[in-house]
Ligand binder design. Sequence first.
Ligand code: FES
Length: 105
Amino acid sequence: MTSYTRIAGLADIPVGKMLRVDHAPEPILLVNVDAHIYALCDTCPHEDASLASGALQGKFVKCPLHGSRFDVRDGTVQEEPAEHGLTVFDVRIEGNDILLGPPRS
Ligand code: FES
């Protein structure tokens, strides 16, 4: 059975904001786009910057170091230099809790 873990509360991440959550085995980037919560790997696959300190531009997050852009809905690279996308995780909302599930395949 798939397990989901509480990693934040809805109040922690207003619409249009991002939040880094230290979570083993890797930090998670939570993004609130139009009241929909997305969860991705926070580490840029180019040179390991934390994407939470980058910029959220609509449904895209821009890396603070060299400007790679990723689609938060599916983790795909929209703008290089990154060559690989981000892992995206299942998310469930229960009450005021954000629950992290397994990576989407
Ligand atoms: S570390 Fe993100 S684009 Fe270089």
